[in-house]
Each structure stands twice: as C-alpha cells, then as structure tokens.
Ligand binder design. Structure first.
Ligand SMILES: [Zn+2]
Length: 196
C-alpha cells in the first residue's frame, strides 16, 4: 500500500510494508521524500494517516535533519571556511593532500627551529580520528584532513607532535612544554573539539 501526503510543503511518498509476522509498527523517514511504515496485515490506510498525524512533529524534524545532512555533502571545509563542493570526492582528497603537504612542512620548519626539535620524517595520511602522531623514531604523521580546520588548529597539532619528540607522553611536563610555544593551547583544543 502506497500513498502520498504533503509534509513540510513537499509531496512525500508513504510506503506501507505489511508482513504477517510483524507484531509492531515501525515508522521510518528513509529520505526527505519517503516514509516507510513496517506493520502487520491488519493495518489500514486510515491507521497510517493517524500514525503520521501523531508523529508529525518528529517526522518534520527528521526531514529537516536529513536535508541539512544532504546540504553538507555539497560543501567542503578548507582552513576553517566553507566552500561549495565543485569537484569529486577523489579530487577533494587530492586537494587536501596537496595543501597539507604545502602548509604543514612550513609550520614544522618554523616550530622545529623555535623548539629545537627536529623530526626524522614527516608523513601524510588519511585518517578518521587521528590528527597527528609521533613514533618512537621521532617520525611525525599528519592527517591530510587537518587542513579543513583553521590555521591556529593546524599549528597547535604541529606543536603538539613536535613536543612528543621531547616527551613521549601527555604528562604535566609535556603540557608545560607545549604551553611555552602555544600559550592558548587549551582554547585551541576547545575550538578543535567544537568543529569535529
Ligand atoms: Zn599527543
């Protein structure tokens, strides 16, 4: 059983899936133009309309959220600014890598001299949640997606990883050392977390 109904100024298709074994009724917003009701064989169109009426606020909220998500897929972030996506996701990855490899070495060079700490190598990776790391050989790794964020955040991550050449932990000494080169590191971490 399918029918349509106007919700939030758009024509939404309602798909009712009836199964003998179903004991409960589930309502899902599959996408902004499709609701799916999974239910038992006795469920009527009237029941469906009543269910939608009762849940209308929740449905509208879900539609709004799904649309926002879809919109975000059409954007990309670079150095803290939003831009309209005008390339494929593969090209976007290349763009991030190219820029990471231009921006990060300059920052590493600057802070290496200031901190008198020099990495044995710098590598660039595509990670989900690791933004930077320092291995036991003092090789640094940076996530190419770091250049989505404002420069002050990239700078903080560079200082953080360079500091690990001296302190291989997150002890009080480590943070004291970081604070010499990045006085406001706490507010930068806060900003970073708010953007993740
Ligand atoms: Zn660390």
């Amino acid at each position: 059983m399918n029918f349509t109904r106007e919700i939030s100024n758009r024509v939404v298709e309602i798909k009712v899936l009836k199964k003998i074994r179903n004991r409960h009724t589930y309502l899902r917003v599959k996408n902004p133009l499709l609701l799916e009701i999974s239910t038992n064989i006795f469920f009527t169109k009237k029941d469906a309309q009543k269910l939608i009426e009762n849940k209308i606020e929740w449905i509208e909220e879900r539609i709004k959220n799904l649309e926002k998500k879809a919109l975000e897929l059409n954007e990309y972030r670079f150095l803290g600014e939003k831009y309209e996506l005008n390339m494929s996701l593969q090209e976007l990855d290349k763009f991030y890598r190219k820029n990471a490899q231009e921006i990060i070495p300059k920052l590493v060079e600057k802070y290496s001299l200031e901190m008198n700490l020099f990495p044995s190598s710098i590598k660039y990776r595509k990670n989900k949640n690791t933004w930077g790391s320092c291995n036991y050989k003092n090789g640094l790794n940076f996530n190419i997606y770091l250049c989505k964020f404002p420069l002050e955040i990239i700078e903080y991550v560079v200082i953080h990883e360079l500091a690990h050449i001296k302190h291989k932990n997150h002890s009080r000494n480590f943070w004291n050392f970081v604070s010499i080169y990045c006085v406001d590191y706490k507010s930068r971490i806060k900003l970073f977390k708010s953007l993740l």
